[in-house]
Write a protein that binds this ligand. Structure first.
Ligand code: SF4
Ligand code: FES
Length: 242
């Protein structure tokens, strides 16, 4: 079927502002939007720039706005969007070129929550074991592929680009609730700041945007509750705390 693809193009080194370009492509309803972008890049306009790697929803590199919604281009089929598609880069980060945005700030927020296992007690003779129930506690947030679709769909992030963003909170959650980890205090301190977890206004855009189906607002709420419980505990005399 013939489809029309309208793509926002922008080369900041050359263009005064972004512009739209339209392409006509012959596509199969079962083709991915990533296939359509490849058809444009390989056969019509080699200057079109986008990120992609795995092509199967694993690497998280091809998040972009497809008909106004953050999606992975490799996970959306032509039949899902019809014969007219509008494609833009993710919102809220500077455009490097066309559909590629500069993710330096996204990964700085990720690094700020120390997304790795922190241990302080001596290593046990064999391993730091964990029950199935303990592993289940943070299973959902292990699924993140760092695509940035959630953070760049968040109006709180658009209003304040210093907001640490849902993706960083999801990755903090993954370790805060890991029974083997001993770095929760450091992560919670990073989140309990002016631009930390309290910037979340529970708008739920992140939930809709996540290609992994992670329950992001639930994870954020659990982090907020943990912080509140700790604040409450420290602000009352010890005898009042059960
Ligand atoms: Fe992408 Fe979901 Fe991870 Fe956000 S939480 S970065 S939307 S995979
Ligand atoms: Fe890897 Fe789409 S190309 S997630």
């Amino acid at each position: 079927m013939p489809i029309t693809v309208k793509i926002q193009r922008f080369n900041p080194e050359r263009d005064p502002q972004p512009r739209w370009e339209e392409y006509r492509v012959q596509a199969d309803p079962a083709d991915k939007i990533l296939d359509v972008l490849h058809a444009i890049k390989w056969y019509q306009d080699g200057t079109l720039t986008m990120r992609r790697s795995c092509g199967h929803g694993v690497c998280g590199s091809d998040a972009m706005r497809i008909n106004g919604v953050n999606r992975l281009a490799c996970k959306v089929l032509v039949r899902d969007v019809g014969n007219r598609v509008v494609i833009e880069p993710l919102k809220g980060f500077p455009v490097v070129k066309d559909l590629v945005v500069d993710l330096d700030r996204f990964f700085a927020a990720y690094r700020a929550v120390k997304p790795y296992l922190i241990t302080k007690t001596p290593d046990p003779p064999k391993e730091r074991s964990q029950s199935l129930r303990e592993r289940e506690r943070f299973d959902d947030t292990t699924k993140c592929i760092l695509c940035a679709a959630c953070t760049t769909a968040c109006p709180s992030f658009w209003a304040n680009p210093d907001y640490i963003g849902p993706a960083a909170i999801v990755n903090a959650h993954r370790f805060i609730f890991d029974s083997r980890d001993e770095g929760a205090e450091e992560r919670l301190a990073a989140l309990n700041t002016h631009d930390g977890v309290w910037r979340c206004r529970t708008i739920f855009n992140c939930q809709d945007a996540c290609p992994r189906g992670i329950e992001i607002p639930k994870a954020i709420a659990e982090v907020k509750q943990t912080l509140l419980r700790r604040t409450f505990r420290f602000s009352r005399p010890a005898k009042d705390i059960s």
